[in-house]
Design a protein around this ligand. Structure first.
Ligand code: PMV
Length: 320
């Protein structure tokens, strides 16, 4: 009745921002992402003998605020009559700061809970459970470059390239380590209700996905940059034009964008993306990784740099 899993966060290049259905957490459009290798969440789930109250610790400290979402995800996997669980999450990077910690957490939780209950569920069905808890978490079940599609009333996923097929490097420039002021779920619902750009954003997603898919198939970083950077800026424009405005950036975020532009002017194969937080992620070919890290480290306001390749989907580390 116990299992330990590991999942890594993923960084979207064609973003998910908006739900078609809030109750089932169904995304309004598809998305495309990179599953990382060196940032991780390790999740231990141990079920007792009887139904009852679950407990959750995150990095050793009780985390009652996150417990309701965790319990709902456990109900999704094990059913309402399931036994109570002890859940312990360990994470080697900042939580809730726009580094996709909910993606790795819920991917790891779905995999560990299902194994601890001895259920034989396939990867897609675990991804669908993880996705009901956090839309982006579904993508962390799959390795390398991942596309999430919306097929009728369900999501569908596939890996477009394994890590070794196109070994991209993601350099994360951390510009603030504190938790974000507004959860991405609440923020995207506000965007849907209030941004005048929301409909146009969703309407453009299929074309961006098709271009990104082609760029991945051709292993063409410049073509991927040409769709990923505008897609990121479109998402943030939707956020900024929401009422009240949702602005996750800080001054250092913008300085990092200038750094990436300067690297591009020097002919470096690199582009940026930014999620629901102030951190900047630079995606590059391996030969540019050292120059990208040096330039971002020297950028005013950057407090830390993390570098990682692409990695595997969520998996079991230990059972029993
Ligand atoms: O999965 P959520 O609810 O944490 O939303 C993720 C939203 C973004 O990270 C901003 C975009 C994405 O596709 O991951």
């Amino acid at each position: 009745m116990r299992a330990i899993s590991q999942a890594q966060p993923n960084i979207a290049l064609v973003k998910y921002w908006g739900k078609r259905d809030v109750a089932s957490n169904l995304p309004a459009s598809g998305s495309l992402s990179l599953t990382l290798s060196d940032l991780w969440t390790r999740m231990t789930v141990e079920f007792g003998a009887r139904p009852g109250v679950d407990t959750l610790t995150v990095n050793g400290a009780p985390a009652p605020n996150m417990l309701p979402r965790v319990s709902r995800c456990l109900d999704d996997i094990g059913g309402r009559g399931r036994p109570a669980a002890l859940v312990a999450s360990e994470c080697n990077f900042p939580i809730a700061a726009g580094l996709a910690s909910s993606a790795s957490a819920f991917a790891a939780l779905a995999v560990a809970a299902s194994a601890a209950l001895g259920l034989e569920r396939d990867r897609l069905s675990l991804a669908q459970s993880a996705g009901r808890a956090s839309g982006s978490a579904a993508r962390s079940l799959y390795r390398g470059i991942v596309e999430l599609g919306v097929n009728g009333d369900a999501i569908d996923l596939r890996s477009l390239a394994a890590p070794a097929d196109w070994p991209l490097i993601v350099t994360v420039a951390v510009t603030a380590a504190s938790a974000k002021p507004l959860s991405s779920g609440d923020a995207m619902n506000a965007s849907r209700r209030t941004s005048p750009f929301y409909e146009a954003w969703i309407a453009g997603q299929a074309a961006d996905l098709a271009r990104a898919r082609e760029a991945v198939a051709a292993r063409d970083l410049a073509a991927l940059a040409a769709v990923a950077e505008p897609n990121c800026l479109k998402m943030h424009s939707v956020m900024w034009t929401s009422r009240p405005p949702i602005v996750y950036w800080n001054a250092a975020t913008l300085s990092c964008l200038e750094t990436v532009r300067a690297l591009q002017r020097d002919g470096r194969a690199v582009f940026f993306t930014i999620d629901a937080g102030p951190q900047v992620k630079a995606v590059s070919l391996p030969q540019e990784a050292a120059a990208v890290a040096d330039a971002l480290r020297a950028t005013p306001g950057v407090i830390d740099i993390m570098q990682t390749g692409l990695g595997e989907g969520a998996r079991i580390l230990e059972r029993g």
